[in-house]
Design a protein around this ligand. Structure first.
Ligand SMILES: Cc1ncc(COP(=O)(O)O)c(C=O)c1O
Length: 393
């Protein structure tokens, strides 16, 4: 067992990534260039998508995808409330209205809530593959197709996840990935958009870099031309070669990273399932869970302590944790601007009351994993030593 503080998340950067970044620094080309191109090709091959467009974050990916689909004032975009604020903030940036809906008990977009929220103003649906597990894409895509509505998947947690044995990234109208420092693979900050649609890809690529017809790498190559045209008021959301240098090597390690995450998750599940008032996450049929997160659900009132107390005791024991997520309808901006209120989405409300995410990442050792299990199980048992073991939800 180690005594050092175990952070909630940490990246796994090897000598290959470091050497590639150094070679980019030495090459004299730091911004969008040959390494971004290579990373995009590798990522498209990995996901089975026709197009992959590297951008500065998943937030930018969602923003660009929705912008390219023409989202604007008067439109509605359906977003599950159990997500990070970026999923809905970008809808607001485009002048449209985020329509929050409830999730199922696994934290995934509920198809029933989705169906009930569709209106003639719905411009897009944004399912979130919460914690690294794919939503019920069959029914979501079927419903969306019936109404002619594009689906932009928020796969910030789901690079490396699979649905019906196919990689996330080849299903929806567009899929947005995150390479933020804590994600399944990282470029420090960064993101990717995949799509099978040629015209949409061209539009998204244009919007990611000022709306210019030609990027700098193409213009400054020997055969390049200085001329470009601005055909849309685009954004400055391109990825740099320094980021892609990391991404190329992280992508090669991704399947190993996910395997390690899955092994850690299996160990947590085996050891913590059956503890009183604790519910462990479940891998649903047809899914290959990437376990970006390991969210436990705990019945804190019945355990006789608050979540804050539990988290602070874990911190004292040297273990970092987090909560995913504070649902969007709890945030003052969304309440004030759109009238959402706490208690409005019963499943998300119930989940939020008991969620706590345990550390899970490839660099964690077996000893660190066992320490988390030992401390969590010990605390739960001490809370109510007389209560019979059993699942509560
Ligand atoms: C569900 C979800 N969507 C989007 C994002 C935004 O990702 P990024 O930080 O790459 O912009 C995050 C970030 O944590 C997220 O958890």
């Amino acid at each position: 067992m180690t005594d050092a503080f175990l952070p909630f998340a940490a990246p796994d950067i090897g000598p290959e990534e470091i050497a590639e970044v150094v070679s980019s620094l030495q090459s004299g080309w730091l911004s969008t260039g040959p390494k971004v191109q290579r990373f995009e090709q590798d990522f498209a091959a990995y996901t089975g998508a026709r197009h992959a467009i590297a951008v500065s974050s998943c937030t930018a990916a969602l923003h660009i995808a929705l912008a390219a689909l023409g989202t604007g004032p008067g439109d509605e975009v359906i977003v599950p409330t159990m997500t990070f604020c970026a999923t809905a903030n970008v809808v607001v940036h485009l002048g449209a209205r985020p329509i929050l809906v409830d999730v199922d008990k696994h934290g995934l977009l509920s198809t029933e809530s989705l169906a009930a929220a569709i209106t003639p103003r719905t411009r897009a649906i944004v399912p979130v593959h919460y914690a690294g597990q794919a939503c019920d894409l069959d029914s979501i895509l079927k419903l969306a197709a019936r109404h002619g509505i594009p689906v932009v998947e928020d796969a910030a947690h789901a690079v490396g996840a699979r649905y019906q044995n196919l990689p996330i990234g080849c299903f929806g109208t567009a899929t947005a990935f995150s390479f933020y420092a804590t994600k399944n693979m990282t470029t420090g900050e960064g993101g990717m958009i995949t799509t099978q649609d040629d015209a949409l890809a061209a539009r998204m690529r244009l919007l990611a870099l000022h709306g210019m017809s030609q990027d700098a790498w193409r213009r400054y190559q020997q055969a390049g031309s200085w001329f470009y045209e601005v055909t849309a008021a685009g954004y400055k959301n391109n990825m740099t070669d320094l980021q892609a240098a990391l991404g190329i090597h992280q992508l090669r390690k991704l399947d190993q990273f996910i395997l390690r995450r899955r092994r850690l998750a299996d160990a947590y599940t085996q050891s913590l399932t059956g503890l009183p008032f604790v519910t462990t996450p479940v891998e649903l049929p047809g899914r290959y869970h990437a376990y970006h997160l390991y969210p436990l659900w705990m019945d804190f009132p019945r355990l006789g302590l608050t979540r804050d107390e539990f988290i602070s005791q874990l911190r004292k024991a040297g273990i970092g944790t987090s909560v995913h997520f504070i649902p969007l309808h709890y945030h003052p901006y969304y309440q004030r601007t759109f009238g959402y209120t706490q208690g409005q989405f019963p499943v998300a409300d119930h989940l939020y009351a008991g969620l706590i995410s345990l550390p899970i990442y490839p660099r964690m050792t077996d000893a660190e994993r066992d320490k988390v299990i030992h401390v969590v199980a010990g605390m739960v048992t001490r809370c109510r030593p007389t209560v019979a073991a059993g699942r509560t939800t």
